[in-house]
Design a protein around this ligand. Sequence first.
Ligand code: HEC
Length: 176
Amino acid sequence: MKVSLLRIFILPFVILVLGAGPALAQEEGAIKYRKAVMKAVGGHMGAMAGIVKGKVKGSQKEMEALSHAMRELASITPLIFPEGSDFGETRALEVIWQKPKEFKKVLDAFLAEATKLAEISHSGDKQAFGAQFKAMGKNACGACHKNFRGKKKNSLAQLRSTYSIGGTCFGRPGVG
Ligand code: HEC
């Protein structure tokens, strides 16, 4: 009797807990990685903005290096959204995985716009570079963030919305 109870009630629970640990750790890693890549994207954008706005002189070599690096980052952006990485401290919206075709459009736009920018950089023409920089900001960064990135939430609110079902927080009724 005792053995079968153990089998029926406890073993599945143990398996669930042991199984969920590594899976959650993996998702957390994927989210941290995505944010780090996006920070790099933001860093390159910020550096180029300095050149485009004339805050720094910005040689052709710098425009080339920054825009080519951005193109490289755009080429790996499709890989930073693995299935299941919408769970946890992330602003990535579920719609990314629910509407893969629409999401692919903005991924493709990012690579296309960044490729154009990298090509223009070789001309050393700052005005053309600035115009393409703006187009990329609107059609890639802006378009994706508008539809696929959620609003900033504090981490407590995020945790509550992740764990709560019908207003009740798992383990702590009434908190959610
Ligand atoms: C294909 C969609 C997509 C494109 C294109 C895109 N982003 Fe993002 N970006 C996201 C998503 C989704 C997040 C939220 C990531 C998360 O919280 O897990 C994000 C987050 C960020 C962050 C915050 C990172 C952090 O520290 O949490 C910055 C900065 C950023 N993006 C800048 C840019 C810039 C600049 C561009 C254009 C050059 C760009 N992004 C293009 C989807 C995109």
